[in-house]
Design a protein around this ligand. Structure first.
Ligand code: ADP
Ligand code: MN
Ligand code: MN
Ligand code: MN
Length: 337
């Protein structure tokens, strides 16, 4: 038997953006616990905007257990929030995702490392050199002194946790970075993005650095941050076809506002038509077009309109649960014959 430190994490009820919360449960196990072994737990919802004080108990229902490299016998327990009667709490976006084991999502999380009110590596007065050398850059004047250590350590911690990272890169603005997570199953990549965000924020504490998820934290000629959402259903990968694709895009066009509503706050500051974006009030798609709402990869067309598509509109602060849920709702409104 050993004492395991289980960090239960969940999303609170703040709007427009939920915060990640966490607290530790110590429990005896004779091996690293599986999902079946970790119990439901509870918390005071009146402190997280999830309940009134007179009836404040909310339930934490574990949905994934991830080894925590930074602790002896540590685990992160990702949870969804339930009401005491066992139904999903209204703030529980995960529960609204249609459960589809054969639907795949790949999310590209862009973000800024943030210190003293500005991107990590910005001078104390004014601005650094304009954008150009930072994207995938190397060298102290491009990436600074601690960013590399943070992003590389984060990658190691995530891989150890079993998160399916596909890669990381320095982004276009100074202090801006990206990681990509892919998952099979309609909820998996979204779960892993939340765990990866949590691990990044926690890692950054000791560097006195924050993770800035706002989509346009610096005004002017500096890129904003996106959360490109790549998706494919089994039907899209195996049947597809031009006719189905065009119906799908018509459904995305029709539901443009419903999509934008869950694609992250302040997106009008980012979706301007500049900096590789389409403007917020337009919907279009284009082959290999990074200025489109939806980018259609060359391979998709070459394979007879089969494969995955990239929705470029979600922003860095978007809740992956709400994004996945909305994309699937629109896809499932289109008949597949
Ligand atoms: P780019 O920056 O050019 O848009 P990235 O390599 O950063 O490309 O991201 C491409 C994303 O597409 C990855 O996150 C990957 O997981 C995802 N992806 C690839 N194939 C599929 C698929 N069949 N279904 C869903 N997502 C996919
Ligand atoms: Mn990318
Ligand atoms: Mn990018
Ligand atoms: Mn992309």
């Amino acid at each position: 038997m050993a004492k395991y430190k289980l960090e239960y994490i969940w999303l609170d009820g703040y709007t427009p953006l939920a915060n990640i919360r966490g607290k530790t449960l110590v429990k005896d196990f004779d091996k690293f616990p599986t999902l079946e072994m970790v119990p439901n737990w509870g918390f005071d919802g009146s402190s997280t905007k999830q309940a009134e004080g007179h009836s404040s108990d909310c339930v934490l229902k574990p949905v994934g257990v991830y080894p925590d490299m930074t602790k002896t016998n540590g685990a992160i327990v990702m949870c969804e929030v339930m009401l005491p009667d066992g139904t999903p709490h209204p703030t529980n976006g995960r529960a609204t995702i249609h459960d589809e084991p054969d639907t795949w999502f790949g999310f590209e999380q862009e973000y800024f490392l943030w210190k003293d009110g500005k991107p990590l590596g910005f001078p104390s007065d004014g601005y650094p050199k304009p954008q150009g050398p930072y994207y995938t850059g190397v060298g102290y004047s491009n990436v600074g002194d601690i960013a590399r250590e943070i992003v590389d350590t984060h990658l190691d911690i995530c891989l150890y946790a079993g998160i399916n990272h596909e890669g990381i890169n320095a982004e276009v603005a100074k202090g801006q970075w990206e990681f990509q997570i892919f998952g099979k199953g309609s909820k998996r990549a979204a779960d892993e993005v939340w765990v990866a965000r949590y691990l990044l924020m926690r890692l950054c504490e000791k560097y006195k650095v924050d993770v800035e998820l706002h989509c346009k934290p610096i005004k002017g000629d500096w890129n904003g941050s996106g959360f490109h959402s790549n998706f494919s259903t089994k039907y899209m990968r195996e049947v597809g076809g031009k006719e189905y694709f065009e119906k799908l895009m018509a459904a995305f066009d029709k539901n443009r506002n419903e999509h934008i509503a869950v694609y992250g706050p302040d997106n009008h500051l980012r979706l301007t038509g500049l900096h590789e974006t389409q403007s917020i009030d337009k919907f279009n798609y284009g082959v290999a077009n990074r200025g489109a709402s939806i980018r259609v990869p060359h391979a998709f067309v070459n394979n007879g309109y089969k494969g995955y598509l990239e929705d470029r509109r979600p922003n860095s602060a978007a809740d992956p649960y709400k994004v996945a849920s909305r994309i699937l709702q629109t896809i499932n409104s289109v008949p597949t014959k």
